[in-house]
Design a protein around this ligand. Structure first.
Ligand SMILES: C[S@@+](CC[C@H](N)C(=O)[O-])C[C@H]1O[C@@H](n2cnc3c(N)ncnc32)[C@H](O)[C@@H]1O
Length: 221
């Protein structure tokens, strides 16, 4: 509690781990809130949670409450899961795919992720999982970062077509991206242009929290 109060003055680091996959993972009290950070950016809670909450609000909490199965690619501390379960009161199933098992151990220890009954965690590469899965989803949240980098596969046509194929009718994709230079801007616009506009509508929610841009795709047919 003292650490939490003190964190309103300066951030208080309470845990740091070198992980093979993610280099450095830190858990910090910042402004009275426990957050999870990688070396150079916030991974969970804090601004990351606000960004995804903004995207979910744009999709609509009423639409989300009617959903049966949500797929989350990139779990880290699981802040969007807390938004879905604690704030929106979503009752359906959530499947979370995370490549770094250290991350899930920290999520369980510091953020009680293992107490969420409707959540299934799969330790796997999101790319591999998306190829293997036999399910279809009402919402697919893509939130994959290696520190401040986004792996190239996320923007390849093969991957975006597979993601769109895995949507139920009237399903949504919520894709969190980071824009640090003009090349990233071009990359995002190309991504949107490649989505089949006969079957899907897509839009961008630009420049959230300075560097993030959300892409929302909806299956209309
Ligand atoms: C910004 S964090 C996710 C935050 C989370 N969505 C939340 O709401 O708190 C990004 C995560 O993507 C994971 N990641 C990176 N590459 C991945 C991959 N190929 N497959 C699955 N997860 C990956 C990282 O280990 C990291 O935990």
């Amino acid at each position: 509690m003292i650490q939490k109060l003190f964190s309103y003055l300066i951030p208080v680091k309470i845990f740091k781990k070198k992980s093979a996959r993610s280099k450095v993972i830190e858990v910090t009290w910042a402004n009275g809130e426990l957050v999870l950070d990688s070396e150079n950016t916030n991974y969970s809670y804090g601004s990351l949670q606000r960004i995804l909450r903004y995207g979910l609000r744009n999709i609509g909490y009423d639409a989300i409450l009617k959903m049966d199965h949500i797929l989350l690619l990139g779990v880290a501390g699981g802040s969007v899961i807390k938004t879905l379960v604690d704030e929106i009161k979503y009752k359906g199933k959530i499947t979370g795919v995370e490549i770094d098992s250290d991350m899930i151990q920290i999520a369980n220890q510091y953020f009680n992720l293992n107490q969420i009954k409707q959540l299934e965690i799969i330790i796997d590469d999101a790319f591999e999982f998306v190829l293997k899965t036999k399910e279809k989803y009402n919402l697919i949240i893509i939130d994959i970062f290696e520190d401040i980098n986004m792996p190239n596969f996320l923007f390849e046509r093969f991957f975006s077509e597979r993601i769109c194929y895995l949507l139920q009718d009237q399903g949504f994709v919520l894709f969190n991206t980071m824009i640090l230079d003009e090349a990233h801007n071009v990359r995002n616009r190309k991504y949107i242009a490649e989505i089949d506009s006969k079957l899907f509508t897509s839009k961008m929610l630009p420049r959230i929290e300075v560097h993030n841009e959300l892409i929302i795709i909806e299956k209309v047919a």
